[in-house]
Ligand binder design. Sequence first.
Ligand SMILES: Cc1ncc(COP(=O)(O)O)c(C=O)c1O
Length: 404
Amino acid sequence: MTDTGVSPGFDVAFERARTVGTTSAHHLNAAGAALPTTGVVEAVVGHLRREQRDGGYEASAAVAGRIGELYAGIARLVGAEPDEVALFDSATTGLRVLVDALRLTGPGRLLVSRSTYVSHALHLLTLVRERGLELVVLPCDATGGIDLEELERLLREGRGDTVCVAHVPTSSGLVEPVAAVGALARRHGARFLLDATQSVGQLAVDVDEIGCDALVTTGRKFLRAPRGTAFGIVRRGLIADLAPSAPDVRGADWTSDLDWSLAPSARRFETWESSVACRLGLAAAVDELLERGMAATERHLVAQGERLRGDLAAVPGVTVQDPPSSRSAIVTFTVAGLPADRVNRRLASDGVRTVSVPASHGQWDLGRRGVPAVVRASTHVYNDDADLDALVQAVARLAGQAAS
Ligand SMILES: Cc1ncc(COP(=O)(O)O)c(C=O)c1O
């Protein structure tokens, strides 16, 4: 098997040493929820203890400065300004709040990528059904990513378009050509909302380079933060035009009987109640990522994905299901004669953690490709060659048994 080609200066042993979960199994499920470091867990648990001792509001006041640093850290990570950051409890919440704030109505049009995630898609489909919007699922080209010529042809029609794209989908290692999408959206005056749930933390994401109007991501995946954390970026030019459909005391001031004013920053999209402990965990995770370096992290993860795709493709009976433009740490495959959920369960009993992704999580992708489900393996900086070998060997055993 080939070597992962870990980038110089990148210390997998150090990451493993501060990641307790690496000792119990081969965790290849970063795209579901990555393993957090000891530092992240300590930040959460430490704050829960503080709440136990001092009271929730008092503990929150004591860490207000650290939460302020979180906004600054997120802004640095994605090339935004701190006042463009809104904290959420999941990517789905963030996408819902921002889409609702766009107040989309017919005869406007939604141009969506095949990579769109189920929960986001179901929200958009609800709007289409109830508000008379038109929806176009963008075709893909030979790379598997959005067909940019077709996107430009549609945008030229100038039909009040909003473009929604997942940078990396839940259902494959595809990386969409988001900077090209952003350039086209700008040129034709369309809004561009990016679902970066599977990309922030694994690929360098810069909102200026991409040219999106808003972005949403989650904490528990490639950021290695606790569950129940997420954030969005809304570019300054757009904030004043977007009003949350349900203003909350966190981002709105109830000024008189019938009136209120909204915070001038992206805080207008937030809610008062949140897990401060988990947000401190997110702050620790963002700091650790910035220290490790996004470029080195991306190099490592892309190299691991490439190695896994090559090794799995060489196993008789295994089909790698990723489209050609897959350049990420997410690798999807099927085993002839074995449903994906059975492969997943058998791998778990061999101490290898993957997930099976059914077409119902991405009908515009897996459904349209006619693939009922895939097994998804996804690596992170704490995975070493032994983890990758364990997966490939276990899959080879299963494929051999299925064939005999
Ligand atoms: C591409 C993509 N977008 C959005 C989501 C939803 O994220 P969350 O569970 O934080 O709402 C997921 C979850 O897997 C995803 O893969």
